[in-house]
Design a protein around this ligand. Structure first.
Ligand code: HEM
Length: 152
């Protein structure tokens, strides 16, 4: 494998680690730990945590697109083995899901926290929780497709 491909794969896997690891932390560690905390404390904390995490995910998405696109071109673009094409399609779905979360749902949480409208904020956080759950399932299938592509 060329140095450029190794660098691209390194960036790709580092971005996957940041994105998927962060989602696991948010969904299975942070969220249950905040279940009994009052909305006045919980929602500003969630807004602060995700304000930072979503920036990291934005960087990871750019790294995944650049490294994945580069490697995909080396694997023949549209003629690449189908599990790689499946990874790209699922990856783009994950990115669209993230875009909706970042640019539609998260601003609702931010506005609700600023206006101290806790029920609105709690509803938006619940929507975010469902979007993260969807992206976690997509991520597992995507990683499966990536590993399966090795046999081709
Ligand atoms: C635009 C989106 C994406 C494209 C075009 C893309 C493309 C690629 C390509 C061409 C490879 C190299 C495969 C090889 O060396 O055999 C790769 C590796 C990999 N990708 Fe993606 N990818 C994308 C998104 C994702 C996402 C979102 C994930 C995980 C959530 C992911 C997980 C992986 C993993 C784990 C590998 C390592 C596979 C291995 O070396 O066995 N990719 N990707």
């Amino acid at each position: 494998m060329s140095i450029a491909m190794n660098v691209a794969l390194f960036l790709h896997l580092a971005a996957v680690a940041v994105w998927v690891g962060g989602m696991i932390f948010a969904q299975f560690c942070l969220r249950p730990s905040l279940a009994d905390v009052s909305p006045q404390l919980r929602l500003p904390l969630i807004e602060a945590v995700f304000g930072r995490f979503l920036t990291w995910v934005g960087v990871a998405v750019i790294a995944l697109l650049l490294s994945g696109g580069f490697m995909m071109a080396r694997f023949g673009g549209s003629h690449a083995p189908w599990p790689l094409t499946l990874m790209a399609v699922l990856g783009v779905l994950m990115m669209l899901n993230f875009g909706h979360l970042r640019f539609a749902v998260f601003p609702r949480i931010r506005r609700a926290v600023q206006a101290q409208k806790w029920p609105d904020g709690a509803r938006a956080v619940d929507t975010m929780r469902r979007l993260v759950a969807i992206n976690l399932v997509l991520a597992v299938v995507t990683i499966g497709a990536a590993v399966y592509s090795r046999g081709f």
